[in-house]
Each structure stands twice: as C-alpha cells, then as structure tokens.
Design a protein. Structure first.
Ligand code: ADP
Ligand code: MG
Length: 225
C-alpha cells in the first residue's frame, strides 16, 4: 500500500520558490487503479515522481508497504525504485539508436541479469504487447502507439508491483490510446497497482478511482460506481 501524509514539495527558495505539492494526504491500496487529473502545473508529475522515489518530498511522510521511505539512503532508494516501480512517460523515453529488444533489456543489464535471460524476458514482454514482429526495429521506425507499447514492455521487465504512468496516451491518436489502455487494464487485472496521470476523461474512465489535483493539492476524489 502507498500512504502519503501531509506531503509537500517546494522547488527553489526565497522569492523564486514554487510550491508544487501542498499538504497532500492520500492512500492507494495495493492493486488499485487510480487516475490523477488536474490542470497543467497542478503537481501531478511531481506527485508521481515522489511516489516513484525519483524525488524526495520537502516535508511530509511516505510509507510504501509500511516502510518509511524517507528513512532510506540513496542506494536503498535506487534499489526500491528498480524493484518496485515501472515508469511510463508521455514521450516514451526510448533510446533512439537501440532496437526495441535492446531498449527493453536495458533495465536488466543494470540489474546484472545474464544475457540469455535478458533476451528471453525482453522477447516475452514485447510479444505480450504485440511487438514480436518488431524486435529489431529502432524507435524512430515505429508508430507512437508501438513505441509506447515497447516502453510498457521495458517498464515490466523487472516485474514491478506499481506502474506509474505520466500522460502515457498524451501523444497518441484515439485508437492507439485505447490499445494502450487495454494493456493497462490487463496489468491491473494481474494485481498490479497503477497510478496514471491523464488530461482525458475517456482515459481516466479506465481507472477505478480519480484523484483531482489543483494548485498542488487534492481537491476532489471520485470513485467509479
Ligand atoms: P503537472 O504535472 O500537473 O503539470 P508539475 O508537477 O509538473 O505539474 O509541476 C507543478 C509545479 O511545480 C509547476 O508550477 C511547475 O512549474 C513546478 N515545477 C515542477 N518541476 C519543477 C522543477 N524541477 N523545478 C522548478 N519548478 C518545478
Ligand atoms: Mg505533468
């Protein structure tokens, strides 16, 4: 379970200080599928970065499965991040010079997995997202929807319990968007926790719960009936 209490994040200091998050208290159950909505600049990406241990809060507490994340040092944080979280971004963040098989394997290279095991795992996941016939293609040769599917395969390679997706359909056409959301729905059915930022009500509808952010705070919450 994810539990944050009175979470705040301030960037910069003095007159240049920007409060990105202001006293956010939220619980997300294991296996929940939550959509985060709100206007641009309302703190959605900052919230996701802190959940994923990419950034630390300025104040407040964060408990992940009962563990106080603020007590972890940088190495422990990095290890937690690699084991528990899969990240998916609007811009895919694939390396353009490597084929998607290599892109998908990369997190396992950092995890010191053997070459054969890496290959097999990456191939299995790329097949799962419908890219078995594209293994040797480099990202620029693929459509946006295909690139995002490759990015999902890469995010799954360490078998994360939590998927954090920041506007994953923001650069995609409607049809590709719904294909991507079908994959998220399957990941949710497998028991993974999903926190997904989106501007689009049609996309938020796939989640079981919506958190509405404004000016760095959660101002509304909706459960799907
Ligand atoms: P959203 O994802 O909802 O658009 P963000 O979390 O990206 O919002 O940003 C919230 C606020 O924090 C914005 O005012 C943004 O300009 C500011 N901000 C975000 N990241 C940084 C940063 N690294 N340095 C300074 N200000 C930042
Ligand atoms: Mg954002």
């Amino acid at each position: 379970m994810i539990k944050v209490i009175g979470l705040s994040k301030v960037y910069g200091s003095g007159p240049a200080a920007v409060t990105a998050l202001n006293n956010v208290t939220v619980e997300i159950e294991t296996g929940e599928f939550v959509a985060v909505m709100g206007p641009s600049g309302s703190g959605k990406s900052t919230f996701l970065s802190i959940l994923g241990c990419l950034e630390r809060p300025t104040s407040g507490q964060y408990y992940l499965d009962g563990r106080d994340v603020s007590s972890l040092d940088e190495d422990e944080l990095a290890s937690l991040r690699n084991r528990q979280f899969g990240f998916i971004f609007q811009t895919f963040n694939l390396l353009p010079r490597y084929d998607i098989l290599r892109n998908t394997e990369l997190p396992l290279v950092y995890a010191n997995a053997g070459r054969k095991e890496r290959r097999a795992r990456a191939q299995e996941l790329l097949a799962r997202v419908g890219l078995a016939h594209r293994l040797k293609h480099k990202p620029p040769a693929l459509s946006g929807g295909e690139q995002q599917r490759a990015a999902i395969a890469r995010a799954l390679v360490n078998d994360p319990t939590v998927i954090l997706a920041d506007e994953p359909t923001g650069n995609l056409d409607t049809r590709s968007s719904h294909e991507i959301m079908k994959i998220f729905t399957e990941l949710h059915r497998e028991g993974r926790t999903i926190v997904l930022v989106t501007h689009e009500p049609d996309i938020a509808r796939y989640a079981g719960r919506i958190l509405l952010f404004r000016d760095g705070a959660v101002v509304g919450e909706g459960l799907k009936e």
